[in-house]
Design a protein around this ligand. Sequence first.
Ligand code: ADP
Ligand code: MG
Length: 700
Amino acid sequence: MTKGSVPEYFGCMVFDDRVMRSVLSSDVYSSLRKTIEVGAKLELGLADSVAKAMRDWAIEKGATHFTHWFQPLTGVTAEKHDSFIEPSPDGGVIMEFSGKELIQGEPDASSFPTGGIRATFEARGYTTWDPTSYAFIKDQTLCIPTAFCSYGGEALDKKTPLLRSMEALNRQALRILRLFGNTSTKYVRSSVGPEQEYFLISKEMYDMRPDLRFTGRTLFGARPPKGQEMDDHYFGAIKPKVAEFMEDLNEELWKLGIMAKTEHNEVAPAQHELAPIYSTTNIATDHNQLTMEIMQKTASKHGLVCLLHEKPFDGVNGSGKHNNWSIATDEGQNLLSPGETPYENAQFLLFLCAVIKAVDDYQDLLRISVATAGNDHRLGANEAPPAVISMFLGDELNAVLEAIENDTPYKGAEKTQMKLGVDVLPKFNRDTTDRNRTSPFAFTGNKFEFRMLGSSNSIACANIMLNAAVAESLKIYADRLEGASDFESALHDMIKKTIKDHKRIIFNGNGYDEAWIKEATEVRGLLNFRTTADCMPHLLDKKNVDMLTSHKVFSVEELQSRCEIMLENYCKTVTIEANTMVDMAKTQIAPAVSAFAADTARNAQSKKTLDSANACGYETGLVKKLSELTDRISLKVDELQGALVKLHDAEDIISESVMIRDSVLQKMCELRVACDEAETCTAKSYWPFPTYADILFSVR
Ligand code: ADP
Ligand code: MG
């Protein structure tokens, strides 16, 4: 099946730099490069040449259609396919694709969420080509990565604000670099390597569970006799069926130029992880969306289903995404890497402080950026970081910061004092910076790992907030330093002040510890937004709106619409789950338990007929217990339905989300407890769908 060696077919479905260089004239190529690198506008004439070259390349690869590929606020990608064909005068067709079609599209966008930005009568939205992310071929279709906006120019997608946030970070970081005497750097970009967790289960089992099919997670299921307690799955040998899937997946991803690098089993049974080599945030985001799509497609080819839900199984670790983030110059200098010279070190510490300040000042935005109904089940459940944001820096870096803050000697090196611009920092050992796995936001030697993202989330949201918040710190620093008479002492003071003001966000202990949550919230005053309903309205807090609009990452209208859409999404998700539970409990679980009770009662009856002295203690007790359970299930179904009906009284989306959080989720929990207990008392042959043990150990 494999088409030659990996280097031969890697990226064969991508209109990448290698292809551009070989098929475009040198004029067109260099203009396009300029557009890609510094955003210079591409003339329509040149776009025509690019389109023609793309079309020829795509047709040769078997493509018949093209689509603008975009990321609306549904969280998944969208595409509308057009074929290349145009009628020709002789009654046949020719294959056409113009520069105009490459640059702009006009999908009928009335069904995408807009949060009220665009009245439904004004259904036009348009997509614009993002030349910084390469076009690629998928399913015989040339896919052109695009941004998606309303006719009035408001972003209706995740790419637009992401590109704006990268630009904001670039603007402010360049100011800082110039202050350090750097005149050569052309641009600064953030890079991301997202580690993606997922579950693989058998398709046969999946098809038998309405909850998995409708909601992506199990809404019922008693604990299996064996779960993850042995930790025997983590990094364990990969089972043959899974290995076949991974091999196929890698090949598909490599063809699309996605650098899938590592794969291993995760903690939970049936759980796995895939990590690519990091790339520019924009491309990493597109690639992660594609990776999730290809994972699901490839799984189904193998008779498997890939679950990307954050918490598919209760009592078993859920899935997240680790967002490894750094900032680097076009010359390849990682600004989060301690340098070789004292001067570079001072610059490193300034960027480090910018991140510390950003994470503390915008804890709420970071929490919001990962908030979904699914991820609420993970954060704080002793398997993923808590909902409280804190940062881990490691002992060495911590000691350096302490020395700066207190003007005391730094113990690690044989120094008398940490003097910025004079002393060289020690090289931080990766091993000592990477030990803490419980921190939401950890420094890992030359990058930060933001670990709160949910597995199904687009990484765009987290990176938009991260880029914007760091841009804001850098802006404040640049404003101050540009006006300083003595650069070095101003720099030293500012770093010291940042450490003093923001050290509350630094925590190097165990993030899963209850005592930490108490300390974080009660002593340090850190935020603890347990649910999406708690945090989302804070998107519109003045400080957040001011920051995000001042860097032109979002407009006020865009923020209002996003808040609305995210809360709507939360409410809809939970409502669908609740309705699915009601349905399963009424039409599958209760009838099964009742049938088992009836048969057990009949058995007792016939035993008595044969042996009148038989008390049938087992059967009698069981029937009693089962009828109690069916009564309880029926009562809990009624209560849940009652809670759902009450949602109609909600005045707005915020109050609806609060009702969901406080009553619907509670009632769902109670119904589940009753049903799970029934599962443990009902004969397996009566149970209407596969159990946890069946599903979790189904793939060999
Ligand atoms: P782990 O966290 O599992 O120990 P690594 O730290 O090696 O693994 O890598 C995790 C991810 O971080 C990978 O996707 C890797 O490409 C990415 N990564 C490595 N260096 C950087 C960097 N400077 N900026 C962003 N991501 C990076
Ligand atoms: Mg990691």
